[in-house]
Write a protein that binds this ligand. Sequence first.
Ligand code: CP
Ligand code: NVA
Length: 304
Amino acid sequence: MTAPRHFLDLDRFDRNTLRSILDTAVEFKREGDHGQSRKLLDGRTLAMIFEKPSTRTRVSFEVAMWQLGGHAIILSDSDSQLIRGESMADTGRVLSRYVDAIMIRTTHASKLAELADYSTIPVINGLTDESHPCQLMADIMTYEEVRGSIVDRKVAWCGDSNNVSRSWVHAAVRFGFRLRLASPEALRTSEDHDRQWIAAENGDVVYTEDPEEAVADADLVVTDTWVSMGDDPGESRHNILAPYRVTKALMAKAKGDAVFMHCLPAHRGQEVTADVIDGPQSIVWDEAENRLHAQKGILAWCLR
Ligand code: CP
Ligand code: NVA
């Protein structure tokens, strides 16, 4: 039996494979909802397990399956036996007998790994505490749609160091752009492994505590919530992160034609001001839309 095509993290892929998934995504978007792809996943079923809330990931995957001719089943936290302690291993073995692929949003990356190890069908990472690779596929697609190739561009992350920023690190190395990550040292999760990997892969990624240094001359400025799902929301967290808020003044340090992105959901007045996220440099709604197209590319790759 051939190994299933899991989509777990961007660092596990080579550049050409990621590029081909994006090319497919762009093609799906161009074709719209009425082309050849209508029957691509005819009769195929995706099970979606959510151990954390979701709006975009849930709806975009379900619509993607439907538009490609397939079907999706949602298992929310309270629906499955996972909540009563059934293991990821057993869940993967059982679902592999019913459906064609599994998308999971969970807490620890080890749960995703266990599910993938025991499933004989593709498993897609729909976010863990450690990463959010589907988001990054949509993000790269979106940047390139509005500004052309991201290769050698400068991207600045300002805010918490979290699952999304970690996938930005993977994307920087795999897609070949420069990344400056500004976040408070006190909130950084262990990044030693990432630093070693970046060096081994000759990536151009710099961690800093200075948001202005990160944003200087950037082509793209990105942020995310200060309180990720599962984080302890404390006043001190907000105080530590306040200097990293993306404001008009901070955006003014980037290139004149720089764009702003945020995976959403956003908290106006916290990680970003309303005049930035709702302003002319923001491309967050295209970014959200592209989750649909990028995930069609991922599904097509996994289920080919
Ligand atoms: N960006 C993102 O993954 O959004 P949801 O949590 O709504 O899925
Ligand atoms: N970092 C955020 C991303 C939400 C899509 C979280 O994990 O809550």
